[in-house]
Write a protein that binds this ligand. Sequence first.
Ligand SMILES: O=P(O)(O)OC[C@H]1O[C@H](O[C@H]2O[C@H](CO)[C@@H](O)[C@H](O)[C@H]2O)[C@H](O)[C@@H](O)[C@@H]1O
Ligand SMILES: O=c1ccn([C@@H]2O[C@H](COP(=O)(O)OP(=O)(O)O)[C@@H](O)[C@H]2O)c(=O)[nH]1
Length: 471
Amino acid sequence: MSRLVVISNRVALPKQTQTGGLASAMNAALQEMGGLWFGWSGNIAAETGKELHEVEDGHIAYATIDMSKADHDDYYSGFANRALWPLFHYRADLVDYRRDHLEGYLRVNRIFAKRVAKLLKKDDVVWVHDYHLIPLAAMLRELGVENRIGFFLHTPLPAAGLLITLPRHRELLEPLASYDLVGLHTQRDLRALEDYFLHELGAAMRTGGRIRAANGRIFRAGVFPISIDTAEAVELAHRAEDSGAVGKLKASIDDRALIIGVDRLDYSKGLPERFDGFARLLRDHKDLRGRVSLLQIAPPSRSDVPEYRSLRRELERSAGHINGQYAEPDWVPIRYVNKSFGHKVLAGYFRVAKVGLVTPLRDGMNLVAKEYVACQDPQDPGVLVLSRFAGAAQELDAALLVNPSDLDEVSEALKRALEMPLKERRMRWQSMMDVLERNDITYWRNNFLHALMEPPKVKPEIYVQTPMTAP
Ligand SMILES: O=P(O)(O)OC[C@H]1O[C@H](O[C@H]2O[C@H](CO)[C@@H](O)[C@H](O)[C@H]2O)[C@H](O)[C@@H](O)[C@@H]1O
Ligand SMILES: O=c1ccn([C@@H]2O[C@H](COP(=O)(O)OP(=O)(O)O)[C@@H](O)[C@H]2O)c(=O)[nH]1
């Protein structure tokens, strides 16, 4: 059997608490099957990629490299998180494109390629992840790597009209054709990719069979909605019922209802709007004051990027303002916590909460929405209030779907969730749980890898007609 080699910027090294969906998901995906996971160590050093840190844990081997401060600033905090991240989340207003950031991005990708190429064996199947590493396959091909290489984009992909606003977008996106398979979370993302390739890059699309382009570069793209280790989440939540952390939380909320939100502190997650939506609920329903609290867990993320720092200040102000307006000596409306928790504790918190409030303005998938559902007590499940603009809304359509910018809609959905009869809660929960039991992380991984290894004969293919520019 071939070895799986996963390459991503973020790696969930053993015994580290990770607060990101990619790390959670790939950790779960590799646990059962094993393989090699290559990426950034999370550490800054004098030079990027000088040393290879190798660790083994069970049947997963980890190989990571440190990054220099300058490379980290240009590649990660710069081009990846100040140009691509906002653009891919439809925030063209926040895009801060700089040529030196792009150069740094390409430089780090080249270092990744050189390091990985040396580790690869002939039959390895390579799976590259996310917007940090778009040009990696093209660079590996230049180094003579002929293995099957797949790519998965964990963020949304915006419409072509937005993609073309990025300077040198062709140079960045055309190399996607060097992958054998590109995976996206939703049909909307796939349509955006097809549209961009067909109308901006002059590619042509065919159905059925394998088609070779004149330049020999062919790739396929498909929808593979990522998921969670559903069975493990169920088990964790069940066991957490008697844990100390959950006991403390329960005692502190007494007989009040708890609404929970868990997100990295990121502007894509719609946190200011969420606080305002909750405040609208309190404004419009006096009877709920003192009877419901919002617990918002928001570990800081990407703090080197100015927008993330200003978001933090904004949320501190907003939580303070709302609490000042509505709090009583024995009740605080918003419990705002800026630290991260392990999956065990979160599973218990999700089970205690009557409502899961997941309202990103845009999100590739949002695993928290799926985790909240999986962690519910089947006899007395809570209700998920979910943004229409999270990839998860495509599958979890039995949630109460909202537009996160419509504060009245969010407030009404919260009221409805808090008052929902048991029968309706069970029906909605079961319908979502059926999805999560069918499409769990193992299904997602196998589905993608199967498609990567054995290209289906009847799926649409995109092939690029124009010659590619080397990045
Ligand atoms: O690595 P960081 O910069 O700390 O950020 C954490 C991760 O954030 C993003 O996660 C995405 O992947 C999830 C799983 O597919 C998905 O559910 C979510 O909607 C996305 O936002 C990012 O794409 C990852 O690369 C980061 O590691
Ligand atoms: O304190 C925290 C906050 C979040 N998470 C995990 O981080 C992931 C977040 O993934 P999601 O897809 O919701 O969003 P992302 O952060 O990747 O954009 C989920 O598995 C969460 O359980 C965690 O382990 N501890």
